[in-house]
Ligand binder design. Sequence first.
Ligand SMILES: [Mg+2]
Length: 273
Amino acid sequence: MNIKGCERMIIADDKKIKKLNSISVNDVYILADFDGTITEDNSDSSWASIFKNPKVTKDFVDECIRVFSHYHKFEIDESLLVQEKMSIMSEWYRKNIETLINFGITEEIINYAANNESIMAFRDGALEFLKQMNKKNIPIIIISAGVGNIIEQFLIRNNCNYPNIHICSNFLEYNVGVVSGVRNNNLIHPLNKNEISLSSDIKKIISRRENIIILGNNITDVNMVSSNKSVYKIGFLDENIEDRIESFKENFDIVCTHNTSYDEIRSKIKILN
Ligand SMILES: [Mg+2]
């Protein structure tokens, strides 16, 4: 869907960009969502990509759909209190892991998605962006309620698992090549997907940096920040643009529509270039 007469647009708060361009590269870090932010909008999510393996059974896919349909309605029910929703979301994610265990999903199946370009692909310019941030030594923290192993493998396959990138996500553990649980029993779901979930090692790396750039493709991604620092929010809006543009403009400082590439963003924001 295109907004009349406009193929693609970036709406930005000029003052905020000016301020952003005046900070030092040593005083900033990036909090990034993964699915639909680092990857392109029509790329499968790391969870959904597990179904795309020809080796999974119909029973497994049916069970995943059943679990999703049961819990997703609570995720989008705005009448629920956060605390109620929080416990339902952790129950949901525990169920997801249980399903992988019960159906004997293997490491090979998990890695398949990350290794197939037709399933997951970078947003245009993302690879060059990550490379540049590594050169500038700007920490990037990917916070995702997806599957950490798939995100990590995707970066490795694309030769960009740089030392400045830290992934805070659900890392599956294996027993003889079969999923057996999640690392440290630490489940990241849509409601606890924020800086509080970061490990102490990551917290140490960013502790002296006073500015944060958020990259996300959902309004809730702005909640990734939990500290009292200067925040610059960049939102990608590729779906239901007309319906969501106003709330995106309220929540993000920069709104990028119609599959805006990282090259375009970098051309506007010096510090990212
Ligand atoms: Mg996303």
